[in-house]
Design a protein around this ligand. Structure first.
Ligand SMILES: C[S@@+](CC[C@H](N)C(=O)[O-])C[C@H]1O[C@@H](n2cnc3c(N)ncnc32)[C@H](O)[C@@H]1O
Length: 287
């Protein structure tokens, strides 16, 4: 036997097992889409692969194909998959300097409008929405604002509506609020309840929480501001492009787009926006 052969065989085996894994993941995503309409086929591959392997382990099945079988026959398993694929990490006044710049650069623009429509796309459990409501309240703009807070995941939307957050996070959130230019005592906005802190209900009076899937659903209004932070990072380049088309279509002329810290606009879409602050990922539609 040629000396190189066993090595070659090992590398072929590695190749074919990763090809098989990719095929099984594609079949899983296609199966989920065909079965229930949730479309994860264009999510960033490496991140979805990690979630799939994690689920295979957690569901205690031997292969990805067996996971597909379970997902198709067990609605609870399907629900767990959807919850697991939609990563819900969030916090209040996340990246505080984003909110500080929003206050300093965007609020003066919004002051000139008779009414304001804001879309939080991928709002998770609502911390970002409560942060924005507080900011607008302090700037005297909340009364004339309607906030549309959407997410693909209905479980997180329920939590968002409830407005109860863990008390453990309040130290960090208070610090974020102050760095973001907060003008009052942060504790003015919540009361301590048994299982956490409950934010004042006036903060959701002008908020509509609704399910919306950025992959499969269309535009539903024309907005002055769209914030979609830390969502596109989970999508592949093609899907990011499609969602940017959706945002471009949904923003009025001179509307504001706010992205997450690690997200940016592709070269193609960059022509349609001028930066308000590139570092803070705030852009204004100009075309
Ligand atoms: C990491 S959280 C970001 C929350 C918040 N925007 C922030 O920056 O703190 C990502 C959210 O995007 C949502 N999401 C994922 N895919 C989505 C889709 N196709 N359509 C709408 N929301 C989606 C997830 O359910 C999750 O709540």
């Amino acid at each position: 036997m040629d000396k190189a052969e066993p090595e070659m065989y090992a590398s072929q085996k590695d190749n074919s097992s990763s090809t098989l894994e990719k095929l099984e993941i594609e079949l899983l995503l296609q199966g989920v889409y065909d079965w229930c309409g949730y479309d994860f086929r264009e999510y960033a591959y490496n991140s979805i692969r990690r979630r799939v392997l994690h689920l295979v382990h957690r569901e205690n099945v031997g292969t990805i194909s067996q996971l597909l079988d379970r997902v198709l026959h067990d609605p609870d398993c399907l629900r767990r998959l959807i919850e697991d694929f939609t990563i819900n990490v969030t916090e209040m006044f996340r990246d505080p300097l984003f909110f500080r710049h929003f206050r300093e650069k965007v609020v003066p623009i919004l002051r000139t409008y008779p009414s304001i429509r804001i879309w939080h796309a991928g709002c998770s459990t609502g911390e970002e929405v409560y942060s924005m409501a507080i900011l607008l309240h302090e700037e005297g703009l909340y009364e004339k604002t309607k906030i549309y807070a959407t997410d693909i995941n209905t479980t997180v939307l329920k939590l968002a509506k409830g407005g109860i957050f863990s008390i453990e996070h309040m130290k960090k959130y208070t610090s974020n609020y102050l760095k973001a230019g907060g003008k009052q005592a942060f504790s003015d906005y919540y009361t301590v309840v048994n299982n956490g802190v409950k934010f004042d209900s006036f903060l959701t009076e002008n908020v509509i929480f609704a399910q919306h899937n950025l992959v499969t659903d269309k535009s539903f209004n024309e907005f002055h501001v769209i914030l979609c932070r830390n969502v596109l990072i989970y999508f592949n380049k093609e899907l990011q492009g499609k969602v940017h088309d959706l945002f471009h279509e949904s923003l009025g002329m001179f509307g504001i787009l706010g992205l997450g810290d690690k997200e940016s606009i592709s070269k193609h879409h960059a022509n349609y926006y001028e930066p308000i602050n590139v570092q803070r990922k705030l852009y204004r539609k100009v075309k």
